[in-house]
Design a protein around this ligand. Sequence first.
Ligand code: ZN
Ligand code: ZN
Length: 390
Amino acid sequence: MSEYSGGAQFPDTLVHPMNASNIKKLIPIAFCAAAFCFPVVYGQEYSVGSYGDFPANVYFLNHIHSDHNNDFGTLPSFSPTHLKNDIDYYLSTLNAKGLFVTTDHNNDYAFDDLLKNGSVGKAGDRIIAVRSAEWGDRTHLSLIGLKVPHWNMLDRHSDYSKAPQVQAAEGAAEIRIINHPAAPGYKWPWQTWENAEAVEVWSDNFEFASHTNSKAIGLWQEALASGRRYTAVGGADFHMNAPGKDKWKIMLFPANIVFAGDNTPEKVFEAIRGGRVSLRLRPASPKVFIRAIQSGTVYEMGANAPVSGMVNLEVILDQRDCEREDDYFILIYTSASARIPALKIPVRHSALSTAAFMLPVQGRDFVRAEVWRMHSERITALSNPVYFNY
Ligand SMILES: [Zn+2]
Ligand SMILES: [Zn+2]
């Protein structure tokens, strides 16, 4: 990497897997970087730009298991219609719309249940369901929007890309998601992700999963740095009953904020293919977005910007419907390194905060943001990249 004025740069060994002790090493450097180089503007009204529907309020609620799941546990109280009603209520509290997918293992009976109960939803409704399943054996792939006559009769081929039902998903009406690629027993190196559209870089929101999740993010980072392009998504992948009255809400996270304009499958799939997705790990998490600007042209998350030289970057943190949280710091990733443009963004519930900085771009590269909670040193939100010269 070439140097640029005042930016902190870190050796690759510090970049990933990012964990608490690495963060502690980075913080003193970042104070310097934040103090001298990176203005952070709090609470200003943010211009809409080309996102179109900012603040984005369409959710893609992904990888939800119902009581039709058949692996190592069942969820007796979570019938598909129960899930749908909970999601509908929760999105009403956020004044948001959503698309949700039940991805039970090797079956799509949950969608049939929803159909039978008149609960699938249609354009104009707050919540819409799409037929989906989680398919596979040693690797798990979510096939979303695909009608397969008898899931349970299919060979769970280890070379998924050659399976006919996966090849059938090439059309615009379907999405393929590589699930939990670093989970114990389900290892799936990025070199074999082939033609999937997306990868689940964060699955479930229990803290004990974070190690596997940080490895999944590391795989995605490697794939991006090698020139491949996959949209990162979160998936709830909830397999057990959680204690507490809010368990139904926890089941919906990590949630994906999509710049889709509406919650129809067509619009949401188009946004996923285009990389216009930001992950929000918990109900308490902020939303994070990133954009690049050069010569008056704005390149939003997912865009492929044909630029070189200094590029202005903006990271936008939207805390307006966080339930509670922490102070935050932001990590910026490119193909080569992590940087911290703004160390600390305090909790301001009414705020849209913008961290602005500059980045030198030469050739193929990307830039993406992660938001970490200051006190617990845990990741809480992440953006998809803006791509350069892909
Ligand atoms: Zn799975
Ligand atoms: Zn699952």
